[in-house]
Design a protein around this ligand. Sequence first.
Ligand code: ADP
Ligand code: MG
Ligand code: ZN
Length: 629
Amino acid sequence: MKLPWRVILLWTLPILVVGFFLWQGTFSPSPGDASGNRANTQLSYGRFLNYLESNRVQAVDLYDNGRTAIVEASDPQLNGNVQRYRVDLPEEAPELITKMREADVEIDSHDNGDNGAIWGFLGNLIFPVLLIGALFFLFRRSNQGGGGPGQAMNFGKSKARFQMEAKTGVLFDDVAGIEEAKEELQEVVTFLKQPERFTAVGAKIPKGALLVGPPGTGKTLMAKAIAGEAGVPFFSISGSEFVEMFVGVGASRVRDLFKKAKENAPCLIFIDEIDAVGRQRGAGIGGGNDEREQTLNQLLTEMDGFEGNTGIIIIAATNRPDVLDTALLRPGRFDRQVSVDAPDVKGRVSILNVHARNKKLDPDVSLESIARRTPGFTGADLANLLNEAAILTARRRKEAITLAEIDDAVDRVVAGMEGTPLVDSKSKRLIAYHELGHAIIGTLLKDHDPVQKVTLIPRGQAQGLTWFTPNEEQTLVSRAQLKARITGALGGRAAEEEVFGDAEVTSGAGGDLQQLTNMARQMVTRFGMSDLGPMSWEEQNSQVFLGGGLNRSEYSEEISSRIDAQVREIVEQCHQNARQIIRDNRVAIDRLVDLLIEKETIDGDEFRKILSEYTDIPEKEQYTPQLQK
Ligand code: ADP
Ligand code: MG
Ligand code: ZN
């Protein structure tokens, strides 16, 4: 294709000008990219000196006029494997060079040495080079006009998006609280380490395992631990990275990934979020997605294409196993499913133990009581919790993490950032009545979880909060408990109504109402706890639009209106009950409101003590004090 000169000049001139200005930045070597390695771990100068003294340093590359160094040092924890670290050096350290010489370290300097002559020479050179580059660029562009098949092929190859870690450095010891999964996967380590043990007796080694569980439960960590324990490289890619705009890119990425993996066998391939590619073919919004189907087909082909004993094990993770294509779950593919669930109390204690290893905890802090305060927390939540607590501790200039920081961190992780309390005003009083409404009903109903604390300090979206201590060992919920929860949730609105009158009620109860309506509806449609009898009318979370045959049950108009009537009846009953309890305890509430406005937070024990001066508090069989040791 011919280009008139004018066009070329028009294009190259701006390129040259821009290039000239970019030039200084791009041509001084920077330690990040010049090392050709992915992000190096940062090492403090002090540790670097230690390493130097213990003769672990092998080579040092200096950048930025000797202010940054990329250090190659062997790591005894990784069997003496060489690791790269990035070290920021102090400005004045002439003795360092001597030290390095003494330690027989290979030193290389990549200074941009502000040397006029060299720069002048380079400057002269740069223009012709840029010109040629620009011409070349134009030539290529014009040649490929519109991106033919050649270009698409390049995309997949050049942007190999999978990551490879030669050594993950994660061991089974770092994964806690998911013991069953660990036991199941222990075997995979043996497959990778000693395949002959299985092949000798004619066993076919499984190719893949599917980790199923909610986010943050440690699926990625688990996969890394398997690779770490077996001492094999870890290849990882996320399902969403397969799916690109261009058809064929995903498939070629799969091919690349498996090619690389075969070169590095034995190894482990980890495919995160496999549901992004592995969704049931030909289902979902707008029919199929060509690109995804091609990618999936390629994945299936690759998985069939090698024998189990080539030493490649594929671990995939998802939190939606229900949408996966059945072809993926067939024997010979991801035939092993291991579920990784949110940990129970014991699991949380052991996860906390793992993450407390490198943190300074006050001896008063009991990990067990933290575990008991955090039902539903995943491993990632717990790691985050301890980190938040550590940050708070540093901010408060304390030596070690104490209960106070842990407490604040839990509140923060559960309910969001703390806001500034309102000044005393009518709306503050209303919020106080609202929260105490929840708290009083929660305390006076035998079947309700006990109050942990009531607070007027805003967090996240909420202006005030009443915390309850759920009983986690219990997995079944009785009808009486559900009704108690509905009544408790209505406590806020009921208090507003009783104290301020119907006209003054606020939108603050919106969230409560949504929750309790949901509960009441489930009582009727799923748990058979109404006059409609023991029948199920709806499935949980039917994700209609995601495909995969999760249809909600059909019922007649008549049933539909009876369901509504039953839901209304349950809620109305609870509402009346809630208002009654508020009316009966008005004196106690008035006093508690004054106290709450003054103190901002009342904890459960104090709350119960004051309330018991006015009325009898029913014994809760499950109640155990949570925060005290
Ligand atoms: P997932 O892949 O299931 O979403 P990750 O493995 O990415 O979760 O977990 C994120 C982080 O949370 C981990 O790096 C680890 O610090 C912490 N974590 C999660 N689960 C556990 C666990 N079972 N034991 C120890 N730490 C965990
Ligand atoms: Mg993950
Ligand atoms: Zn409320």
